[in-house]
Design a protein around this ligand. Structure first.
Ligand SMILES: Nc1nc2c(ncn2[C@@H]2O[C@H](COP(=O)(O)OP(=O)(O)OP(=O)(O)O)[C@@H](O)[C@H]2O)c(=O)[nH]1
Length: 268
């Protein structure tokens, strides 16, 4: 607004000053001075406007940087939320592992054995394929504990678990049933194939040397083997393998015995 008024005033003053100069009017000098003043005023106003524009731009810039700061804060919060979610995921994974893994040996625990055996047996029934379960128990394990202490016993169980894992095929599965007893699930194996696998396992256990701190100690193990019967439930299959294990213990240990087919019905 002031710029428009200033322009109009300037045009009028210029015209009057021209006229006065032309006519030799005595107002010539005061008009010239007024014109001069007006031009200076005009410059001052324009400068003020430029400064105001500058302020305006600075204010805009300020709000842009405030927005940028705000955005980077939000990004930081989003990153923290992502990391938090990752940690929660890791924690859940850890918890689910803890509930499916035996902490001493790192093998599957009873809970996971039940789940895996259930799945594998259902698949074998569906496809009409063979599947064997073996129960394996360390012989006279109590003597190791009694002679060398519980820590050495623990070490023996851990080493044995490693031997088990290393002796099995990829599709085979093993877990710690409890104490010094282990379970093997051998999908696709008939009794003959499973027996060969078990002989390899028992032989590897015989070779194993555990450092007691007072020399090396060796172990043997006994195993009971059962091949699935048509439509047999997991607990019946395990029970037959357990009966076979008992037979292996009674028959002198460090051996494999096969489950009698009718044992499931007897529930002995
Ligand atoms: N160190 C250690 N010992 C365990 C663990 N779990 C079970 N045991 C021990 O394993 C031993 C099992 O003893 P028994 O059931 O008498 O069997 P065994 O001495 O192996 O004899 P047989 O099975 O008849 O050959 C007991 O002394 C238990 O305390 C474990 O996690 N660590």
């Amino acid at each position: 607004m002031s710029k428009v008024h200033g322009d109009e005033l300037l045009v009028k003053l210029e015209a009057l000053a021209d006229l006065a100069e032309h006519d030799g009017n005595p107002l010539q000098e005061p008009l010239r001075q007024a014109l001069q003043l007006c031009r200076e005023q005009q410059h001052r106003i324009e400068r003020m406007l430029r400064i105001a524009d500058g302020f305006n731009a600075a204010a805009l810039g300020h709000s842009t940087s405030a927005l940028r700061r705000q955005r980077s804060r939000l990004e930081k919060v989003a990153r923290i939320a992502d990391r938090y979610q990752e940690l929660m995921h890791e924690q859940n994974l850890h918890l689910s592992q803890a509930s499916s893994v035996d902490p001493l040996t790192g093998l599957a625990n009873r809970r996971q054995i039940d789940a895996v055996l259930g799945d594998e047996l259902a698949r074998a029934h569906r496809r009409g394929q063979a599947l064997c379960v073996a129960m394996l128990d360390v012989d006279h394990f109590k003597q190791i504990n009694d002679s060398f202490g519980h820590a050495v016993g623990d070490r023996a169980l851990t080493s044995l678990a490693q031997v088990l894992k290393a002796s099995l095929r990829e599709q085979d599965f093993c877990g710690r049933w409890g104490g010094e007893e282990f379970v093997l699930v051998l999908p696709g194996s008939t009794t003959a194939g499973a027996r060969t696998t078990l002989e390899r396992v028992l032989s590897a256990i015989r070779q194993l040397e555990v450092d007691t701190g007072q020399g090396l100690v060796r172990m043997t193990a006994s195993a009971g083997l059962a091949q699935r019967l048509p439509a047999e439930a997991a607990q019946d299959l395990v029970r037959r393998a357990d009966i076979a294990l008992l037979m292996a213990k009674r028959n002198g240990r460090d051996r494999i015995e096969l489950a009698p087919e009718a044992a499931a019905a007897s529930g002995a």
